[in-house]
Design a protein around this ligand. Structure first.
Ligand code: ACO
Length: 469
């Protein structure tokens, strides 16, 4: 893969006058980058960029975002066009192979995916060890990591065929893994996929099929909405979870373990967990009838509340996915005549007020993809704790395509950032009696109490019993 075109040199001069030049590289689109790989070697300094706000971590040809223009492309195709014209499996093929499939290629791909949709029976047993009510994301982190024990067999992932096989297995098995996470959490029996159903319909079937019924029928509006939701979430450049997958993969860990790491990163409310958090926020606002109060809290720096589903590191104009998601929400809620319509209207009201508010305008905060996704998923009947699992299911193709792109690079570099150290200088260990006394942290004392109190209770109990006997 090309590393871009050199368009000049960027010169860096340190206060002591030492100077060095670094290549300025331009890709197909987007800002140029200063290639600082030789910075330490040439100048003996590092850069500091917590949160990677100005740092490109890799060279990639998969996804492009222009945050100021609200543009998102997969392999050069605009997200709006893909959502309107393609199936999710076509998009998976595009992300994996770089081009949209012909009819014949799609048939082959679909058949390869369907042949891999079932999971190992032993893995199903693994789900039984989770207690009922466990968060499905907790289950997913565990079972996807456990896939390594079933599927990895020490493959050579330098071989593109092995990478392709692993990618297909992950995309194929994820719907069943996700559906069983839901069914385990709710104590429902496992449902196996059917060859006659599409990828999306199979997922809905494995989630919602009632074994007492022969048939499974689902409104085509729901299938279409899910297809689009999956496409919108399929990839998103070097976000937190994708970067996690790449960093894990850079140590040459197996792809199943890397995807488990990505799932863990996605789980947080600042990232994929936002869709669940949006619905909880809307519920609270509805209960209290207090849109303005909530917005005031979201703007208050001393309050931990944020307007969930709003803001994005890259989009500073609008998130094109949120526009499509708003359209999907209209269509689904009107067709299903859902009672979530009320929550949707509340979300619209909050969006309008926030977009007219100086705080949000000044910081360029707009609704992101998750502002409306939760309302749609809830209307479809998907429980809230499954929202982020669905995000993970759709994002698996992006994660694995990015991992594969990284593995295809003949020069592999383990992800290993540096730091600005502000701790103690090197010092001698003092004798215990000479050590400085520090206040013991409340968390530590609480922990010690928690660990010891049941033990103490049980000792007292036994001593008491012995005494009585
Ligand atoms: N509500 C209120 N204030 C906000 C919000 C919000 N949702 N988002 C950002 N801000 C404010 C910050 O307080 C900060 O204000 P300041 O400059 O006065 O200190 C400013 O806007 C910049 O915010 P940062 O947190 O520095 O921006 P960053 O790019 O690091 O974070 C993020 C982006 C995490 C998405 C943030 O906007 C957020 O927490 N949003 C809510 C959670 C959410 O919806 N996450 C989903 C993201 S999309 C996805 O992962 C699919």
């Amino acid at each position: 893969m090309s590393e871009g075109i050199k368009v000049g040199d960027a010169v860096i001069t340190l206060p002591d006058g030492t100077t060095a030049s670094f290549p300025l590289l331009k890709g197909t689109e987007g800002p140029a980058v200063i290639d600082i790989r030789a910075l330490y070697q040439k100048l003996g300094v590092f850069t500091l960029d917590p949160g990677f706000t100005s740092t490109s971590s890799c060279v990639s040809s998969i996804t492009y975002i222009d945050g100021d223009q609200g543009e998102l492309w997969y392999r050069g195709y605009r997200i709006q066009d893909l959502a309107n014209s393609c199936s999710f499996l076509e998009v998976c093929y595009l992300l994996m192979y770089g081009e949209l499939p012909t009819g014949e290629q799609l048939d082959h791909f679909e058949s390869a995916v369907k042949s891999e949709m079932c999971i190992h029976e032993k893995l199903i047993e693994f789900y039984r060890s989770f207690q009922q009510g466990a968060h499905p994301m907790a289950i997913m982190v565990g079972v996807v990591g456990a896939l390594s024990a079933f599927l990895d067999e020490k493959k050579n992932y330098d071989d593109p065929v092995e990478r392709e096989k692993a990618s297909i297995k992950l995309v194929a098995k994820f719907p069943m893994l996700a559906a069983i996470a839901y069914r385990t959490a709710y104590g429902l029996p496992v449902v196996y996929p059917k060859r006659k159903f599409s990828y999306i319909k199979n997922f809905l079937y494995m989630m919602f099929h009632d074994p007492m019924n022969e048939d499974f029928d689902v409104d085509p509006v729901i299938v279409e909405a899910m297809e689009k939701i999956f496409i919108l979430h399929a990839d998103h450049e070097q976000n937190a979870s994708t970067s996690t997958v790449r960093i894990a993969g850079s140590s040459l860990a197996n792809p199943f373990a890397c995807i488990a790491a990505g799932i863990a990163s996605l789980w947080g409310p600042m990232h994929g967990g936002a869709n669940e958090a949006v619905l909880n926020m809307l519920d609270e606002v509805k209960k209290r009838g207090a849109v303005d109060e909530y917005l005031t809290r979201a703007k208050d720096k001393n309050d931990s509340v944020r307007l969930m589903g709003f803001g994005h590191r890259v989009y500073k104009n609008f998130d094109p996915r949120s526009v499509i998601m708003g359209e999907i929400a209209h269509r689904v809620l009107e067709t299903l005549n859902s009672h979530e319509l009320e929550l949707f209207q509340l979300a619209i009201e909050m969006e309008k007020k926030a977009l007219a508010d100086e705080y949000f305008i000044k910081r360029k905060l707009y609704p992101n993809v998750d502002f409306y996704s939760g309302v749609v998923l809830e209307a479809i009947g998907i429980p809230r704790d499954m929202f982020t699992v669905i995000f993970a299911l759709s994002r698996t193709i992006g994660w694995i395509s990015q991992w594969s792109e990284m593995m295809a690079d003949p020069v592999k570099k383990i992800g290993r950032p540096r730091q600005l150290y502000v701790g103690e200088k090197c010092r001698q260990i003092p004798h215990a009696r000479d050590r400085l006394s520090r206040t013991i942290s409340p968390a530590l004392t609480q922990r010690t109490r928690n660990v010891w109190s049941p033990v103490k209770k049980s000792i007292h109990h036994h001593v008491h019993k012995l005494h009585v006997v």
